[in-house]
Design a protein around this ligand. Structure first.
Ligand SMILES: [Zn+2]
Length: 287
């Protein structure tokens, strides 16, 4: 928000301090703690420390994936514990990137029902069809998962404000999660974005900027302002952690199906984070 203080970018020394603060101790894994290990360039596989606030890989300029210590997780935590925890996506804390509970910015996202759609399935010639009702998330869409994860992790790494370009839903979610975190958000939306999302931004005290042009133009403005004002830009696939929140859709579907995988998932791709996140989630379960 205008009028809120900007902080200077973290120095490498500050990353070290943050790393020391956020690295879990050896005994701390019986309660819910992240097993995040490092970030990995999806193009060339180069590793980066997760305590660094980096957006895309410095080597290739590509998406960074959060990588977890899955072998240690497998030996230390049974998947049965997930079902016993409070019903939101943070029940999968070991496979999410946030180390300290106090950094989790949540409105109870996730744990949406998997509805059996027998009649529709029959009409489509399927033996079994389920619909994952993501409309029950806070702010009404699955965007809540990604932005809860990304804003929580950014908070943990010392970010104090955000920009977000959006066709609508993501800005609405970023606005509300930013407000929940007590951190300012500047949203960039095309003029013709849905009124509901514009109102969501205004209600959450987000600075709403309507952009002439399409989502790509909004994205360029958001990046430019983030650079200028030392804010963290939340653009799709330009930071590592929105996909981690989306991943929990896959973890939940598997859990709801008794730890089996569906044959096929039909999913509206949009910016791509959701489908990439779900694929990553299923792969981590298989590992
Ligand atoms: Zn690379």
């Amino acid at each position: 928000m205008s009028g809120r203080p900007n902080v200077p970018k973290n120095t490498p020394k500050e990353y070290d301090i943050l790393a020391a603060q956020t690295t879990p101790d050896q005994e701390g894994h019986s309660d819910m703690t992240s097993y995040l290990d490092h970030l990995e360039c999806t193009q060339c596989g180069k590793d980066y420390p997760h305590a660094e606030l980096i957006k895309v890989s410095p080597c290739c300029g590509k998406v960074l994936f959060a990588r977890y210590d899955l072998s240690r997780l497998r030996s230390e935590v049974s998947r049965d514990v997930f079902a016993e925890r409070p019903e939101n996506m943070w029940r999968f804390a070991e496979l999410l990137p946030v180390f300290k509970d106090e950094n989790i910015v949540t409105l109870g996202e996730g744990a949406t029902p998997l509805l059996e759609a027998n009649a529709l399935g029959k009409n489509l010639g399927m033996n079994s069809l389920f619909i994952k009702e993501e409309g029950l998330n806070p702010t009404g869409t699955f965007k809540a998962r990604g932005l809860s994860a990304a804003i929580s992790k950014a908070k943990e790494l010392g970010v104090t404000g955000f920009t977000v370009p959006s066709a609508g839903n993501a800005a609405g979610a970023a606005a509300v999660y930013g407000a929940r975190a007590g951190l300012g958000v500047k949203a960039y939306m095309p003029q013709d974005a849905p009124d509901a999302n514009k109102k969501e931004c205004l209600l959450a005290d987000t600075e709403l900027n309507l952009v002439d042009g399409h989502i790509g133009d909004a994205g360029r403005q958001a990046v430019a302002v983030a650079d200028e004002e030392n804010l963290f830009d939340l653009s799709t696939l330009k930071e590592p952690y929105r996909a981690e929140g989306k991943k929990t859709m896959a973890l939940e579907i598997a859990m709801q199906l008794g730890w089996t995988m569906p044959d096929v998932i039909v999913y509206p791709t949009g910016g791509g984070t959701g489908i990439i996140g779900m694929h990553k989630g299923f792969k981590e379960l298989l590992e």
